[in-house]
Design a protein around this ligand. Structure first.
Ligand SMILES: [Zn+2]
Ligand SMILES: [Zn+2]
Length: 269
């Protein structure tokens, strides 16, 4: 319920903001793209509900009931523990995202996210169901390993959901506001660089909520070479709208074609 109401609330805010102050012109008619991207969101929710009915929160409750995980070994004040766990989980998401780009078979799944020819609030939830399942399993393992407090998991889930919608949205922020926000959260301009069709730009700015990991691990890139209005969004091999817009094509995308230079260890010069 908490997740769902946050999802709809923030979705609505970002959707209206996109109408009032758009950053780029969209290429594909919104109705067509949104109906397919949102159909994927509904499908993913159904798959998750079916496979993991209690989701991450249920795993946290279970781990705590059995006193599993690091939080039962080291003794931190509870508030500190809650904050630490949220930050650590965000760092793990960063590494998971890097892995999605680095390992060819994972890149096949993750290119569903990158093949979106436009970049807006619906791109933030456009993931292949198999990638969603893998992320969920990684999250479960992390929650159990850490013995994550339930409240940390709730905060993390809401934060990740909200920031994914915010940082994918097609909104215009003035430069100083963008620079200020980048100190604490990934902004749309920062994450848009990651959706560039250029491989070196796509392999930067992996962060989802906190912007610090990219700076710390050397994957930060401040702006796209062609500028935000001039840059091309998507991936080289699949950039015709009819290849990447419709739900059935999106679901089939991981299983076609060869792996190209986006996967880090497939870079041929
Ligand atoms: Zn990515
Ligand atoms: Zn993205």
């Amino acid at each position: 319920m908490i997740r769902l109401s946050f999802f709809f609330g923030i979705f609505l805010v970002m959707a209206v903001w996109e109408l009032l102050a758009p950053r780029r012109l969209l290429l594909i008619p919104k109705l067509l793209r949104w109906s397919n991207n949102l159909a994927l969101v509904v499908l993913n929710s159904l798959v998750l509900r079916l496979l993991f009915p209690t989701a991450a929160i249920g795993v946290a409750v279970f781990a705590n009931k059995h006193e599993w995980g690091m939080s039962y070994i080291v003794d931190f004040p509870f508030m500190l523990e809650v904050i630490f766990v949220v930050i650590i989980m965000d760092a793990i998401i960063y590494f998971q995202h890097v892995m999605m780009h680095a390992v060819p078979v994972f890149w096949r799944l993750h290119r569903v996210h990158h093949a979106d020819p436009d970049f807006d609030v619906t791109t933030g939830s456009r993931f292949h169901p198999l990638e969603i399942i893998i992320s969920m399993l990684i999250k479960f393992a992390v929650i159990i390993f850490l013995g994550a407090p339930v409240i940390s998991v709730i905060i993390f889930e809401v934060l990740l959901n909200a920031s994914a919608m915010f940082n994918h949205s097609n909104v215009r922020l003035n430069k100083s506001m963008d620079q200020f926000l980048r100190l604490i959260i990934v902004t749309p301009d920062m994450h848009r660089v990651h959706h560039s069709i250029e491989a070196d730009e796509a392999n930067s700015n992996f962060g989802f909520s906190l912007p610090w990991w990219d700076r710390l691990f050397g994957t930060y890139r401040s702006q796209p070479r062609a500028g935000h209005e001039g840059m091309r969004i998507g991936i080289h091999e699949y950039n015709r709208p009819e290849q990447v817009t419709y739900l059935h094509k999106i679901l089939w995308l991981p299983f076609i074609g060869k792996i190209t230079d986006y996967a880090l260890n497939r870079r041929y010069k």
